[in-house]
Design a binder for this molecule. Structure first.
Ligand SMILES: Nc1ncnc2c1ncn2[C@@H]1O[C@H](COP(=O)(O)O)[C@@H](OP(=O)(O)O)[C@H]1O
Ligand SMILES: [Mg+2]
Ligand SMILES: [Mg+2]
Ligand SMILES: [Mg+2]
Length: 357
């Protein structure tokens, strides 16, 4: 590992890999009562909490000064002892494993020892940073696509480093994503690393010494070849509007639906002849969270694509924990991005949605 942010890359990769070991193990043993419904009606599992505990413990030891914006907090664990005990057990199983020197892991990152419940709950709550426009901060989604995780579909462990509100490093672990998109039924588990100015690379998810990273380059597609990548969740996608945009553009292919930021990875890699990540506001006052887009957007940009909102404006990661007023997220190859934005604007006008798209 060389170049700028080499230390941050190494730490982030180790943290995401260890968290993926945890989520994979939990999926095989998840039992009733280990999933809660949050205030916004979305699910959260013991795996989300313990993955955040693992990653925040590692980040806090490697970079003690850096604030973290993490999706989860420990409030529900403080009032539910059986859930808390399970999270402590799961996080420790992963943190206790001795540091693997051959992949650059260090004991100083909090590895190779057991942590108390209080320490792990405090680590989860270290993710409460409010965000902002200046300085360094990490953005963490311990499991992005919790609904996908629960149904055995795609999900992603997502970590980004932002400096002055710009994403500089993105690391995404996708335990259920086929390693080779040409073999969709083949081996699964891929890790994606993007560093600003240094490209997007795919590595094997299990830690391996001297892995050979594969550099990803988005394919430049013509409009007629496009296929949309959309959320699986109907509540997260404006399906009716998406269909009209497809008609306006002349995109005839049925969209590829996938949970989580695995969509950004799939787009960067050209899976399934992808082409355009389309996420328009559903009109229910939802604000996009920065941990849902920070690492994924860099994966696409560093593979040669563009990521903006539906007006063609850059995403603003300096507004706090959310992206502010929701104008959606559109990621596409440079050759087609502008045409997609124009089609969205045209459809927006025809549907009387001026100002909302
Ligand atoms: N109404 C809504 N519109 C858009 N995104 C939403 C939403 N409600 C929840 N989400 C976000 O959608 C993410 C999943 O993305 P996708 O729909 O692409 O699979 C969720 O991440 P988590 O699973 O981490 O909570 C959640 O943050
Ligand atoms: Mg969630
Ligand atoms: Mg998420
Ligand atoms: Mg999440």
């Amino acid at each position: 590992m060389s170049g700028t942010l080499a230390a941050e890359q190494q730490v982030a990769i180790a943290a995401v890999r260890r968290a993926c070991q945890l989520t994979t193990a939990v999926f095989n043993n998840l039992v009733k009562g280990e999933t809660l419904v949050k205030g916004d009606k979305s699910p959260v599992t013991v795996a989300d909490f313990s993955a955040q505990a693992v990653i925040n413990t590692i980040l806090t030891h490697a970079f003690p000064e850096d604030p973290i914006i993490g999706e989860e907090d420990a409030a529900d664990l403080r009032s539910n002892t059986s859930l808390r005990d399970r999270v402590v057990q799961l996080a420790n199983e992963v943190l206790e494993a001795e540091p693997q020197a051959d992949v650059g892991e260090q004991a100083a990152w909090g590895l190779g020892r057991t942590w108390s419940a209080d320490e792990l709950l405090a680590a989860i709550d270290k993710g409460n940073y409010e965000g902002g426009r200046s300085g360094r901060m990490w953005a963490l989604d311990p499991i992005d696509g919790t609904k996908g995780f629960l149904r055995g579909g795609q999900y992603a462990v997502c970590l980004a480093l932002l400096v002055n509100a710009r994403v500089e490093l993105g690391v995404i672990g996708c335990p259920n994503l086929p390693i080779d998109p040409a073999s969709p039924d083949g081996a699964r588990g891929a890790l994606f690393v993007a560093v600003r100015g240094q490209g997007t690379h795919q590595l094997p998810l299990p830690p391996a010494p001297s892995p050979a990273p594969v550099r990803l380059q988005m394919r430049e597609l013509r409009i007629a070849q496009l296929r949309f990548l959309e959320s699986v969740e109907k509540a997260h996608a404006a399906l009716d509007t998406n269909t009209r945009i497809a008609q306006t553009l002349g995109v005839g292919r049925y969209p590829m639906r996938m949970d989580s930021q695995a969509k950004y990875a799939a787009l960067a890699r050209g899976d399934g002849d992808g082409g355009v990540y389309l996420r328009l506001p559903t009109g229910v006052g939802y604000r996009e969270k920065i941990w849902d887009h920070a690492p994924g957007s860099l994966l696409v940009e560093e593979a040669g694509g563009l990521v903006t909102d539906s007006r063609g404006q850059p995403l603003d990661f300096g507004l706090g924990r959310t992206l502010g007023e929701n104008y959606g997220v559109i990621a596409a190859g440079k050759g087609v991005h502008r045409k997609v934005i124009e089609a969205i604007q045209q459809v927006g006008r025809s549907m009387g949605m001026t100002g909302r798209l």
